[in-house]
Ligand binder design. Structure first.
Ligand code: SME
Length: 163
């Protein structure tokens, strides 16, 4: 699956509109809903916040909830992306020994850090149902989304959102 600029540019404008209209947890939830609703290969979308040594799930959209609402930073694909401060794409989760399973149908995963310069504040975590679902076009698009989340007032950059 490849995201063309024709698909990704209007999506970034929509996300900008969401982040102008909403703040805090509502904004994050709406971004998750928008991403999942817009791209068929984004089957589960979550946004984690770094809270000391733990990743805490702030918002998500998908068919089912995950049991992994708090992930120690030394564990999982999510932990790897946060520790290394870089995007991780797993083509086939069944061959990644660090993968923490959430959903039976998941076959691929992409995790993109939300960073403020060298500091990882959180991450976007997306699961897909086919092997090799994600490529450089997803990496670039989601890095742009992460940059917008970092800049948004009340989003991951601002710490715990109001409950
Ligand atoms: N698979 C992730 C855990 C989070 S779920 O995908 C929602 C991991 O290995 O860190």
């Amino acid at each position: 699956m490849t995201l063309s600029p024709r698909e990704s540019t209007p999506a970034l404008l929509q996300i900008d509109a969401i982040l102008t209209r909403l703040t805090g947890r509502q904004a994050l939830e709406e971004v998750c809903r928008f991403l999942r609703g817009s791209f068929r290969h984004y089957r589960w979308v979550g946004i984690y916040r770094v809270d000391g040594p733990t990743l805490v799930l702030d918002a998500w959209d998908g068919a089912q909830a995950t049991e992994h609402t708090r992930i120690p930073i030394e564990r999982g694909v999510c932990g790897r992306a946060a520790r290394e401060g870089r995007t991780v794409i797993v083509d086939d989760v069944r061959s990644d020994p660090e993968y923490l399973a959430c959903f039976l149908e998941t076959r691929a995963e992409i995790v993109v850090p939300i960073r403020d310069r060298d500091h990882v504040l959180g991450e976007i975590d997306i699961d897909g149902n086919s092997v090799g679902a994600y490529d450089g076009s997803d990496r670039r698009f989601l890095a742009a989304v992460a940059a917008m989340l970092c800049g948004a007032r009340g989003a991951a950059a601002a710490g715990p959102p109001p409950s």
